[in-house]
Write a protein that binds this ligand. Sequence first.
Ligand code: PCA
Length: 212
Amino acid sequence: MPTVLLTGFEPFGGDSANPSGDAVRIVAQRWNGPETLITAVLPVTFAGATKSLRELIDEHEPDVVIATGLAGDRAALGVERIAVNLVDARIPDNDGAQPIDEPSVADGPAARFSTLPVKAIVHDLSAAGIPAALSHTAGTFVCNHVFYTALDAVSTRAGVRAGFVHVPWDAEHAPMNASYLDLDDIAAALEIAVRTTLAASHDLTVAGGTLA
Ligand code: PCA
């Protein structure tokens, strides 16, 4: 039976909550198998998040790794396609570290692509009535760093798929004027991302590009 590693993040940047970590905890409670689901809430630190992620992958040898984080400026789930090998922190992380213009992984390729069925996930989320879109940038902060690191870590493990999903704010914690979804719907969306990945060996061939 496959093993799935699903991660979210702790709050950062002075926020009191992070819906990615909260939703991952809900998915863990609801999960009824038969696959094994390992969940973790990662610190929002460049050093700690990737250390923890690599340790989790080494320990559990998952077949699928889905990392998630908050993108507070988005109204929809963002299924990320591309991790860039670039760290450029706009704000300090939770350790106070603010690396600028450094690679995520020294000597790694400039970018790595998600190996999740990203279009199938967007399709299935939309079919469930959850706003979702492909995204072509995961930014240059801790989320992109974890996304790139996940792909780097599984690149030597045959058949292991990995990717990243950004979530919007949840209704309870959204700042004024921010878009949001109910936390339950965010959790349902993450479970769909896991289920779709487990069910789909290939992605859909449908247009998903953007002009900008
Ligand atoms: N979002 C941040 C880091 C942690 C999180 O939940 C990001 O998008 O980089």
